[in-house]
Design a protein around this ligand. Structure first.
Ligand code: PLP
Length: 360
């Protein structure tokens, strides 16, 4: 029996799904499937009214807390279709736990990880035909949770809503894997110890806008953040964790509360260790990176995240200098990680680590 008692109200007007020819050019996060999952919280009843309803607007009073004080956390994961038609998720229990941890940081009523997974699976059972078929395409799932208390006073949150929407998305690399250009941000900071850096919350992104726009104007894809205290240690890139291969060794910033604990990051570390690489999770100063760039020991750099899986970095700018990495080509370790992870996710490679959860 369902713990949440999810009611299903199907749309009377299903949309036309993209054809296989249209799938590749879907882009990201612009079209949505027919249904969404919704449930509400209040402190008297707990979580209640779990339902799957047609995708559409949700009315709120203009006084709802989320509009004023930004109490919102979210997740991002994908549903993949294998060549034999199965639909599968990649480590969804990690997303469930991370949403729980993010909610705890912002004092938003948390969703129990088991309920998160039940809601996700229920939505996937209804929407599985929306998972595109070509390799590289997926149904992007966006669970989000926010405070709805209809009053401007700042107090404990008593009302919240949890929603999951689904967006069929094209291949991230439809023109092949092109390395990105990254700029090290030297003015704004993203997170400080004790802050919300490790929580996946909308506010972190709002605070990152200014640096992001500045980088975009200068022709860079994203910024690489330095730590908020010394502006000296490497943290992460926009929406990706970051890894370097320096003189044969893999190094990546450790998780000290300011960096988002990426599930792709965690999976890459496990894979790299199995491949026999030495992986160091530690503080990495920007000076160490500049030195490695200048003496030629920085062999590869890449970002990790659900959207791009792994994204090679071809150019890195710091202050007035721009450095080219690995001739602006994807390096062998980056390529190996990409092949291994996408192989598992799209079912081309055997899942020997119990990372895959098949949707009924
Ligand atoms: C989501 C996110 C990541 C990547 O996490 P994955 O679980 O690998 O998708 C990295 N950094 C930030 C800031 C993020 O929001």
């Amino acid at each position: 029996m369902s713990v949440l008692d999810i009611k299903i109200y199907k749309t009377a007007e299903p949309k036309v799904k993209p054809t296989v020819e249209e799938e590749a050019s879907l882009g990201f996060g612009t079209t949505f499937s027919d249904h969404m999952f919704v449930m509400e919280y209040d402190s008297d009843k707990g979580w209640h009214d779990a339902r799957i309803v047609p995708f559409g607007p949700i009315p709120f009073l203009p006084s709802a807390a989320v509009f004023h004080y930004g109490a919102e956390v979210f997740e991002g994961l994908k549903a993949y279709r294998t060549a034999d038609g199965k639909v599968q998720l990649f480590r969804p229990e990690e997303n469930a736990q991370r949403l729980y941890n993010s909610a705890e940081r912002l004092c938003i009523p948390a969703v129990d990880p088991a309920d998160f997974l039940e809601a996700l699976n229920a939505l996937m059972e209804v929407e599985k035909d929306w998972v595109p078929k070509s390799f590289g395409t997926s149904l992007y799932l966006r669970p989000f949770l926010f405070a709805t208390d209809p009053a401007l006073g700042l107090h404990t949150i008593h009302h919240a809503m949890f929603v999951i929407i689904a967006s069929p998305s094209g291949s991230y690399y439809k023109e092949g894997i092109n390395p990105v250009k990254i700029m090290i941000e030297t003015q704004d900071v993203r997170a400080v110890r004790g802050g919300t850096g490790y929580a996946k919350c909308g506010g972190n992104y709002a605070a990152a806008n200014r640096a992001g726009y500045k980088a975009e104007q200068k022709g860079y894809t994203q910024v690489l953040w330095l730590d908020g205290v010394h502006q000296k240690y490497i943290e992460e890139v926009g929406a990706m964790n970051v890894m370097f291969k320096i003189a044969g060794k893999i190094v990546t910033p450790d998780l000290i509360g300011t960096v988002l604990p990426g599930i792709t990051r965690k999976s890459c570390i496990e894979l790299l260790k199995e491949m026999g690489y030495e992986v160091e999770e530690r503080r990495i100063s920007v000076d160490e990176i500049v030195e490695a760039l200048e003496n030629g020991t920085l062999e590869e750099m890449w970002g990790t995240g659900t959207a791009a899986v792994v994204s090679p970095v071809g150019h890195l700018a710091y202050k007035d200098k721009e450095y080219c990495i690995n001739n602006n080509e994807i390096g062998p370790v980056t390529q190996k990680l990409y092949d291994e992870l996408t192989g598992i996710q799209w079912g081309k490679k055997e899942d020997t680590r119990n990372w895959i959860k098949t949707v009924k």
